[in-house]
Ligand binder design. Structure first.
Ligand code: SF4
Length: 328
């Protein structure tokens, strides 16, 4: 594993038991939430993980945080296989891998001051028993999260802050442990549109100020903008397209990515995109369709798509997509 690779995911699978097929069947069924994901993340890189709800991106995040146990495959973090880490190792890893959840209203204890909230992870991990040093770390985390001057926020309560400020407090609570990897699961989806760009810019700045790698999870390709280095598009537990932001946004190769992009509003009224409306619902992840799992909804599907499951095909050194139409 090269030194600049902070995270490597190899053939990762996470299945959940979903009971047997019927009264008389003993065959166990499984939800294939994550179904063979390979991914590498470099130090200081921001990658956006995009897909509709139910595509497995949040389960992937929880598995990377070791909050869910992988069914198969492995996770290497900073050169070490952490897939089956012991409880003590997991606790130590949580200092280096932090997660920001979607809902800033649910994530904060309403009875605690901002200082108590942000300093709590230090106490949980037994760090900085010295009160002055602890406060310094809280202040630095709040200011790096954009709450300046931090002294104005220390004694406030969550209900005295706006939605955007609360999400900054959540981010400060993650930063206070000085993590190397931040996993942000839909961090802006519950915020006003006017505030979303601020939080996205903040996450992008963190790699400059702190050198943090970020996995930014979203259902909306439109929120990604140009802030991420790469985009990985997930469908039914797998990555179906991955490439640099420019490659994926300007020249999407997979029909699913093309459909996601086609419905993003374009600010220029003279530039009109043909909207691709996908038919039907995402298939049940218990009974996955044979062949290409996107074929029941794919507007370009051909007969072979019902029988052949495409793997990722290389388009350039950084761009890959899983579609039979791309085969040479
Ligand atoms: Fe569509 Fe077939 Fe390509 Fe799958 S392999 S994305 S069904 S064209």
């Amino acid at each position: 594993m090269p030194n600049d690779i902070i995270l490597e995911i190899r053939s990762l699978k996470k299945y959940f038991a979903a009971g047997s097929r019927g009264w008389f069947s003993r065959r166990e069924r499984f939800v294939h939430a994550v179904d063979g994901v390979d991914l590498q993340l470099r130090r200081g890189e921001v990658i956006a993980l995009v897909g509709e709800s139910g595509c497995g991106k949040s389960t992937l995040a929880l598995t990377l945080m070791l909050l869910e146990e992988a069914s198969e495959g492995s996770i290497l973090f900073e050169g070490k296989d952490i897939t089956r880490a012991s409880p003590q190792e997991r606790k130590a890893l949580r200092q280096r891998i932090q997660m920001v959840f979607q809902d800033p209203y649910e994530s904060l204890n309403p009875t605690q001051t901002i200082e108590e909230i942000v300093s709590e992870p230090l106490a949980v991990h037994g760090l900085t028993p010295n009160a002055n040093e602890r406060r310094e770390r809280v202040i630095r985390a709040l200011e790096d999260a954009g709450l300046k001057p931090a002294a104005d926020y220390l004694y406030r309560y969550p209900h005295q802050l706006s939605g955007g400020q609360r999400q900054r407090v959540v981010i400060a609570g993650a930063l206070v442990l000085e993590p190397h990897l931040l996993i942000a699961d839909e961090p802006v989806s519950m915020l006003d549109v006017s505030i979303r760009a601020e939080i996205i810019n903040l996450l992008a700045d963190l790699r400059q100020t702190r050198g943090i790698s970020v996995i930014f999870i979203t259902h909306d390709l439109g929120t990604v903008g140009y802030f991420a280095d790469r985009v990985a598009v997930m469908y039914l537990g797998r990555i179906v397209e991955i490439g640099t932001m420019r490659e994926v946004l300007q020249d999407p190769k997979h029909p699913y990515t093309q459909a996601l992009l086609s419905v993003i509003p374009v600010p220029n009224p003279r530039l009109r995109r043909k909207r691709i409306i996908l038919q039907g619902e995402t298939p049940n992840p218990i009974d996955l369709p044979g062949g290409c799992r996107f074929h029941p909804r794919c507007p370009l599907a051909i007969e072979a798509c019902k029988h052949t499951d495409p793997s990722l095909i290389k388009i350039s050194s950084s761009h890959q997509a899983a579609c039979l139409l791309l085969q040479p």
